[in-house]
Design a binder for this molecule. Sequence first.
Ligand code: JFZ
Length: 462
Amino acid sequence: MKTRYIESHVLVAVFVFSAFFCAAQENYTPSKENIEARKWFQDAKMGMFIHWGVYSIMGGGGEEGIAEWIMQNKKITVDAYEKLPKLFNPTEFDAKTWVAMAKAAGMKYITITTKHHDGFAMYDSQVSDYNIVDSSPFGRDIFRELEQECKKQGIKLFAYYSQLDWHHPDYFPRGWTGRHTGRLESGNWEDYLKYQDAQIKELAENYDIAGFWFDGWWDQAAHKEDWHRAVDYRLKKDQIDWKLGRTYKMIHDVKSHLLIGNNHHEAPFVGEDFQMFEKDLPGKNTTGFGTAADDIGELPLETCETINGSWGFNLIDDNHKSQETLVKYVVNAAGRNSNFLLNVGPMPNGKIQDEHVKSLKALGKWMEAYGETIYGTRGGPFIKEDAYVTTQKGNTIFFHVLDPSVKEVVFEPGARVQKATRYDSGAKIKFKRSGKKTMLTVPVKEGDLVTTIEVVLKKSVR
Ligand code: JFZ
């Protein structure tokens, strides 16, 4: 009797857990088109992330670390914040320039904020007037313009969509953010979800996109401190149910190829098509809110990072990453079988600041020369933390040596090495064999950001 009691408790717990918190798309079998899209995604390797909204006007308010979060960080009420759209008039915006810039940097896709936590839609939403077309003097659908330009220039487009909403009254119960917005302490969660799903549906139906990048799930963790590896956030008193399964199914029903990712920092939920990491390489957790290494699943991976220190435009943020840092990031990501999504926060006039235009160009220069060793490859099979990573394609392995003090690489290729060359010059590289091991001299040259060596094996060992 006693055991049965416990068992039923466990069952109830499992039920509550899956119903309320996983709520993934049940019995999800990705379509053929979806599988193809995943492959395209893994081959693409690099994308440009764009955080742009009415918050850009504030430029972080003169504080580092603040940008798209200014409404939350400065406790701005909905009424005050609603003045911002009326000031948003990015007359210098030109979709063609942005897409061309992304392309020249080596990006194969763009992921842009269609709605961030502030709730303001950066596309022509029919569900609410709180959008760029109906509520800003600019009156143009920048998402549509980007969509058309992407199509012209052969780039894919993803919609970032924040499920967390600091503006909508029905986003209630509140999570740990959005508590100083002056909204009534009431609201209907289900009505909010209907609103959210209607917006997501119009994005899926009306725009030619490749997928969704969701964010904000974490807001419903019981406490900020609890977010990630939390002890009891799953037992939040209000038992918030995001009904992710319903949302995911709706999306895949509209267009099965649409790729779904969610910035929840957990192992992937059923119904998702790729797994993302924020400001960390897969398996690392330097931020403290990263995904645990054992939560890395089988889906395509993507890691995102800022080009300086901010997502949205920040006037005083001068922490621009160097060409070397950016190159090493993409190499490190590719070596771990992951895409790299590099973020820029355009200015309120619609332009990307000069420093970032320069950084993107510098990255593009390296990608142009070394793209073959990144695009269409898969990560591995060899990796030595901080020393080198490898990428592979067929019977070729590319060694990307990150540390110039590494003079020799010893590895077990698993097949006979046919030849080894410096990738850039094609110059032959000495190697020795000893049993199963091969020793390769690393010809580090002055000025190498990364020393890339091409090793051709007699046969593919994948
Ligand atoms: C989230 C967003 O909040 C952020 O604005 C940006 O869009 C980024 C890509 O994704 O990042 C978060 C969210 C929550 C925390 C940290 C970063 N947090 O709770 O510490």
